[in-house]
Design a protein around this ligand. Structure first.
Ligand SMILES: C[S@@+](CC[C@H](N)C(=O)[O-])C[C@H]1O[C@@H](n2cnc3c(N)ncnc32)[C@H](O)[C@@H]1O
Length: 392
C-alpha cells in the first residue's frame, strides 16, 4: 500500500494469526473502507481501533452488542444487520473475521485469500488458568485513548475479562492479548441497557472463577458512573475490588474545547449536574433556584434532551439570559463539535445543529473565553491539543 494517497493519519497493527508464522505490519487505513464481520466483543475491539485509526468501518453481523449499535446510531460506523456475503469484500482494503464461528471465519478468510485481500482473524478469548479473582474499576477518561491513565492501561493489560461501557476509549481494546474476554454492557440513553444487577452479577461471577475483571468505563467511575454501586456489590459478595480513578469528561471535555471550568477573576467554583431528568420531574433532586444563584460555572452532563427545560428553569430563577453557554459533543474525539451561544439561545442552537449525546453543556462566563485568549495556557505535545473541535 502507498501511504501517500491516504494521508496515513492512522495505522492499525495487523497479525496474520492463522497462517503459522506471523508478521506485524502497520496498515495506513485512514480514509479507507474496511469491514468487520461479527457482532460481539472481538468485533467491537477491532471496529473501535479501526475507527480510531480513521478507517471507514462497516460492521456486518446480527445481534450486535450495545456499544456497536451505539456507534452505528451515531453514524460513526456502518452496520449491515445480516451475515457475511462475498460481495461485502468488494471495494474494501481490509477484512476482520471475528464472528466467533470458526467455520464462518474460515470461509471469510478463504474468500479474502482468493481476492488477495488481507484478512485478520480474531477467535475471541481462550480461558487462562485461574488464580485469585478480583475486580478493578477503571475510569477510562472521556474518549481519547491518550487520556486513559497509565495505571488504567496497566490494569487492562493484566485483565482476563473486560466489562466495558460504550463511552470508554474502546480502541485500546484491540491491543490486548487474545485471551481477554470482552463483555459489552454499554448503556445507551433511552436505548438498550443492561440492568445494573446483571452487570454486578457478571463482575462477581467472573471474579469468583478466579479471573481478573476490569470494569471499564468512560470518564471517572464515581461521577455518574455507578462505580459506587459496583464497589459495594463486590464487597458484599466478598470479592476483592480496587479503583483506578479516571479523567472525568466533566472537566476534560470543556478543557478540550478551550474552556477552563474555573478562571481567576471570572468564577471561583464549578458545579457538575446531571440533566438526565428535567427540573420539574418528580425524581429531580436538583435545586435549580440555588444553582441559578450559585455564581459558579455550571457543567451539565446528560442534558441534551432536557436542555430547553433546564435553561428555562435557570432563567426563571433569575440567572441572566445573556450568560455565556457552550455545548460540546464527542469531546476529545476526532468528531468533537462545539456550539456557543448564551443561556437564552443555547438549547435552540444545540437542536439546530443536531448535536447528539454524548455532550456537555457549560454555563458561565468561562464559556466565552476563546481558544485564542487561552492559547498561551496550553502546552503542545499532548494528543488532546489536536482535538480542540470544530466550532459550529
Ligand atoms: C453516564 S455519564 C458518565 C460520566 C463519566 N463517568 C465521566 O466521569 O465522564 C455520561 C455523560 O457524560 C458526558 N460525556 C462523557 N463522555 C463525553 C464526551 N466524550 N463528550 C461529551 N460528553 C461526554 C455526557 O454528558 C454523557 O451523557
Amino acid at each position: 500500500m502507498d501511504r501517500s494517497d491516504s494521508g496515513a493519519v492512522g495505522v492499525v497493527t495487523a497479525r496474520t494469526a492463522d497462517v503459522g508464522a506471523t508478521y506485524r505490519a502497520a496498515l495506513p487505513v485512514a480514509g479507507r473502507r474496511v469491514a468487520v464481520f461479527g457482532s460481539g466483543g472481538p468485533a467491537l475491539r477491532h471496529a473501535s481501533a479501526l475507527l480510531n485509526a480513521g478507517a471507514v468501518v462497516t460492521v456486518v453481523g446480527t445481534s450486535v452488542t450495545p456499544a456497536l449499535a451505539d456507534l452505528a446510531a451515531r453514524d460513526l460506523i456502518g452496520w449491515c444487520d445480516r451475515d457475511f456475503r462475498a460481495a461485502d469484500l468488494d471495494e474494501i482494503w481490509l477484512a476482520v473475521a471475528a464472528t466467533g464461528n470458526e467455520l464462518v471465519d474460515r470461509a471469510i478468510a478463504d474468500a479474502c485469500s482468493n481476492r488477495r485481500l488481507w484478512c485478520l482473524r480474531d477467535n475471541g478469548p481462550s480461558r487462562r488458568a485461574g488464580g485469585a479473582g478480583r475486580v478493578v474499576l477503571v475510569g477510562g477518561g472521556p474518549g481519547d485513548p491518550g487520556l486513559l491513565t497509565v495505571a488504567g492501561s496497566e490494569a487492562l493489560r493484566s485483565a482476563d475479562v473486560i466489562v466495558t461501557d460504550r463511552l470508554a476509549p474502546l480502541s485500546v481494546l484491540a491491543d490486548l492479548p487474545g485471551h481477554v474476554e470482552i463483555i459489552d454492557v454499554g448503556k445507551i440513553p433511552f436505548g438498550r441497557a443492561a440492568a445494573q444487577e446483571d452487570i454486578n452479577r457478571i463482575l462477581i461471577e467472573r471474579a469468583s472463577q478466579g479471573r481478573i475483571v476490569v470494569r471499564f468505563k468512560g470518564g471517572d467511575s464515581f461521577l455518574f458512573g455507578r462505580g459506587g454501586e459496583e464497589l459495594l456489590a463486590c464487597e458484599a459478595a466478598g470479592i476483592p475490588v480496587s479503583v483506578i480513578p479516571g479523567v472525568s469528561s466533566a472537566l476534560a471535555v470543556p478543557a478540550a474545547a478551550g474552556i477552563p471550568v474555573t478562571h481567576r477573576g471570572l468564577t471561583q467554583g464549578v458545579t457538575v449536574v446531571s440533566g438526565h431528568v428535567p427540573p420539574d420531574h418528580r425524581s429531580s433532586t436538583v435545586d435549580y433556584r440555588a444553582l441559578a444563584a450559585a455564581g459558579t460555572t455550571l457543567v451539565f452532563l446528560m442534558a441534551v434532551t432536557n436542555l430547553d427545560a433546564i435553561t428555562t428553569a435557570l432563567i426563571g430563577h433569575g440567572m441572566a439570559p445573556d450568560t455565556p453557554a457552550a455545548c460540546i459533543a464527542d469531546g476529545t474525539l476526532r468528531t468533537q463539535r462545539v456550539v456557543r451561544s448564551d443561556l437564552r439561545g443555547i438549547a435552540a442552537e444545540v437542536a439546530d445543529h443536531g448535536m447528539k449525546p454524548p455532550a456537555i453543556t457549560v454555563v458561565g462566563a468561562v464559556s466565552r473565553l476563546s481558544e485564542q485568549q487561552l492559547a498561551s495556557t496550553y502546552s503542545d505535545g499532548g494528543s488532546v491539543v489536536g482535538h480542540r473541535g470544530l466550532d459550529v
